[in-house]
Ligand binder design. Structure first.
Ligand code: KIV
Length: 272
């Protein structure tokens, strides 16, 4: 099956704004390596996020906090080498931008120079306004991220749905306006009530891309390993699994072991 690609031209931040204007939904997935990024790009994905979720799904950490700037650049440059059409956005890792706009600028420039990516993503609102403005002033496009922001997990203490209370919802709406006003080209909304996400997406002109934020937003993002069923223990309500690769890879590995042990592999045709 082949999916109609919105355009064969390279996706830019401008393309995403145009997609929102004409009501075309934006598709975004994470990728961290060359081979998978190639498949996603060939399938017609609009945006590839080199997420700091690499810390969880690639490196096996419990949180996104340990991943470093150099590790993000390693993942991002592998992805960039594979991509012909998609917009490649890279997460600024924890500790590389909070509370220090000069450091935020330096981290973003290092990512853009060394990986060849097209934009960076930062978690937070008002508290990182200075960092966002400084990055934008260097001509680096910025994607925001509000709602559940995994880099602040030790502040929240849990991964439950955010902004259910009125005061937190109001703060999120203010932050969403602020991110749009300072010049972010799009914002990820993670794990917030669908009605709130829809209100924000309707009220504000830039694209909002949801993960666990319902259908009223301008696009959707999932972590690739979750939607492919590699991380089979992770089962949030918002996740739709398109494959069950954990079981498929495990059973292929079991068959391979069996074939090696039984001397079935390699057979005569599989040798020189
Ligand atoms: O790091 C990541 O994969 C993300 C997505 C969950 C949006 O930020």
């Amino acid at each position: 099956m082949s999916v109609a690609k919105s355009e064969d031209k390279k996706v830019t931040t401008h393309t995403l704004q145009e997609m929102k204007k004409r009501g075309e939904k934006i598709s975004m997935l994470t990728a961290y390596d060359y081979s998978t990024a190639r498949i996603l790009d060939d399938a017609g994905i609009d945006v590839i996020l080199v997420g700091d979720s690499a810390s969880n799904v690639m490196a096996g950490h419990e949180t996104t906090l340990p991943i470093t700037l150099d590790q993000m650049i390693y993942h991002a440059s592998s992805v960039v080498r594979a991509v012909k059409r998609a917009l490649v956005v890279v997460d600024l890792p924890f500790g590389s931008y909070q509370g220090n706009s000069k450091e935020a600028l330096n981290s973003s420039i290092k990512i853009m120079k060394e990986s060849g990516a097209h934009a960076v993503k930062l978690e937070g609102g008002l508290e990182i306004k200075d960092s966002i403005e400084r990055i934008l002033s260097a001509g680096v496009p910025v994607m925001g991220h509000l709602g559940l922001t995994p880099q602040s997990i030790y502040k929240f203490g849990t991964y439950v749905v955010r902004a259910k209370e009125k005061s937190e919802a109001e703060r999120l709406i203010e932050d969403a306006h602020l991110l749009a006003d300072v010049g972010c080209f799009a914002v990820v909304l993670e794990k917030i009530p669908a009605s709130l996400a829809e209100q924000v997406s309707t009220e504000i002109k830039i694209p909002f891309i949801g993960i666990g934020a319902g259908a009223g937003v301008d696009g959707q993002v999932l972590v690739l390993h979750d939607m492919l069923g590699i991380t089979h223990e992770f089962n949030p309500r918002f996740l739709r699994r398109y494959l069950n690769l954990y079981d498929d890879i495990k059973s292929a590995t079991e068959r391979y072991i069996q074939d090696v042990k039984s001397r079935d592999f390699p057979n005569e045709k599989e040798q020189y």
